[in-house]
Design a protein around this ligand. Sequence first.
Ligand code: ZN
Ligand code: ZN
Length: 264
Amino acid sequence: MSLKFCSFASGSSGNCYLVKSDNTAVLIDAGISGKRILEGLEHTETPREMVSAILVTHEHIDHVQSLPVMTKRIPHLKIYANEATWDQIDRPVPEEHRHLFVTGEEFEIGNLVIKPFPVSHDAAEPVGFSIRSEGRKISVCTDSGYISDDIYDEISDADLLLLEANHEKELLLFGRYPYPLKQRILGDEGHLSNLTCGECLCRIVSENPKKRQVLLGHLSHENNTPEVAMQAIVNTLEEERIFVGDELRIDVAKRDTISRLYKL
Ligand SMILES: [Zn+2]
Ligand SMILES: [Zn+2]
């Protein structure tokens, strides 16, 4: 009995994660090519027949690109999104594959209990997901301009937390992005910076001490690197005398490599 997690890709050019128990597997988002998703399934020894569903966080292309092709590769696949998101998804997903959830309401797929929770992002009704099974919990929270108390409450007790570390603020401010795009990313409905991610982790670790695995995700290609993100976050934690070790493990979920399979 265990809950497992793998990041197939994470970043502003495509996102896809696998969550699986012994008998049920779901994907969160499908923002990379179908070929890469199938490679991820193979790599994690997840038969296609085992994949029941794709859970969609929001309609941006780095999260929905391969929904149509995945319905062809996995005929029984159910794709779940909230109503406002379905209205905005401009990829052609056949009606019989479309399923609805209500943000904030838990639902079950096999032995996985799934809770979509609201995040703050410039999309119709964006969500993060918490998935529980066998007393373990995984939370995925990216594409959020800030961490509200409600988001904090959803993610603070996760055994594995994938949290956005999108950009290093200085790199963004002095980089080549046009001013309106910079403003968008930095805004309350944009993306989480390394510093905000680090501060959120400080609060989580000091208020909810337990053994946890953290993955830094949705890194910007332009305004961050795995090394910069990791260093910034470790620095923020160390200022609060919180150290990475057995209790707190931190990895970066890479843009273009499949992570190891985390077993909780
Ligand atoms: Zn995104
Ligand atoms: Zn987005």
